[in-house]
Design a binder for this molecule. Structure first.
Ligand code: FE2
Length: 346
């Protein structure tokens, strides 16, 4: 079975294709909306997605060596995300599923990041730290037996025979902003043209001295807005090295995440820990989480960066899982939802 997935929740318009027979991603293409000197303006990003949709779709199909009529299921990221951006992937998937008379499957973006990381890492029932711009959560899900119903020839031998999914439980989460948002906002305060977490991470690598900043963990929840305000105030203080400040910002935020994650690991008794989402591309965070996992005799994993950055492949692969769980919907009931929490996914 070939599943095509559209991702368009924020800055990325992505198209991915998953082949269940070989259990492989056979295409993963994207166009990225790069906002300069401002945050993401939803309308501008949506225009970018609409302008690039057919081109990205075309190169994804060419990479896979197939045509649209070969696709068995169309999946799309239905939320959470920016309203105008969500509508572009939603419209494309709905139109193509109608035109080709094929099933349509809505996918939760957070579920997709976690599920595709789990799939690639061949984990069975992990605790997931999901870290991105808009979302930061510690999540567990259900593991359904060893194989899916009607999963097709050879499926039971493959890692995707393990079905991991809803209902999800959120052990802990940010009480205010996402950790990626913290870094993007701080980059704007520093006057960076491309205000992105990767810019802060590069500066942090050059920092050495820790500058004390507020640290907020409440049980398994954490908060970052006080940390942002305190760090932003220090930028113009005399004698402050901004590389040291970036280093300290990352150290503080990542330590908060590690403390809360360790608590959730101990409470849940899980033996696997994965980190997924845009901020999972940060090696410092991964190093700290690996330490937490090693100290607790837990397997740690992080997926390839192509799956941590927003992408269509994760929507396709998770779309397959949800399709097999009977979650295809009638085109007339297609939806997109800006605030679709992972623990609301069915
Ligand atoms: Fe994402």
């Amino acid at each position: 079975m070939l599943v095509l997935g559209f991702e368009s929740t924020a800055h990325t318009f992505g198209v991915g294709i998953y082949d269940s027979a070989s259990n492989r991603i056979i295409a993963n293409k994207k166009a990225f909306y790069k906002s300069l000197n401002e945050g993401i303006v939803p309308r501008k990003a949506a225009d970018h997605h609409a302008q690039n949709a057919s081109k990205v779709l075309g190169v994804a199909l060419a990479e896979a060596g197939i045509s649209l009529s070969d696709i068995d299921v169309f999946a799309y990221a239905a939320g959470p995300g920016l309203g105008p951006c969500l509508k572009t992937g939603y419209a494309a998937a709905k139109y193509l599923s109608l035109m080709h008379k094929k099933p349509l499957v809505p996918v939760n973006h957070c579920h997709a990041h976690i599920e595709t990381a789990r799939w690639q890492l061949k984990m069975k029932n992990p605790l997931a730290l999901y870290v991105s711009g808009g979302n930061t959560q510690i999540v567990s899900g259900m593991k359904y037996g060893g194989k899916t119903k009607n999963a097709g020839r050879g499926t039971a031998k493959n890692s995707h025979a393990v079905v991991f999914g809803p209902p999800f439980f959120v052990y802990g989460e940010t009480l205010d902003i996402g950790v990626g948002n913290l870094f993007d906002s701080f980059a704007r305060e520093l006057g960076e043209e491309f205000a992105h977490g990767s810019v802060i991470a590069a500066k942090a690598e050059k920092g050495k001295n820790y500058i004390e900043l507020p640290y907020t963990v409440k049980g398994m929840n954490f908060a970052f807005s006080g940390l942002f305000t305190a760090a932003a105030k220090k930028i113009r203080q005399p004698g402050i090295d901004t590389n040291d400040l970036c280093f300290s910002l990352l150290e503080t935020a990542f330590s908060e995440l590690c403390e809360a994650t360790e608590r959730a690991l101990l409470l849940s008794g899980k033996k696997e820990l994965l980190v997924a989402g845009g901020v999972a591309q940060n090696k410092v965070l991964c190093g700290k989480l690996k330490l937490v996992a090693d100290e607790n005799d837990v397997l740690f994993g992080v997926a390839d960066n192509q799956f941590n950055a927003d992408n269509g492949a994760m929507i396709a692969q998770t779309g397959y899982v949800q399709y097999k769980r009977g979650k295809a919907i009638a085109q007339a009931k297609a939806f997109s939802r800006q605030k679709w929490r992972i623990d609301e996914v069915k």
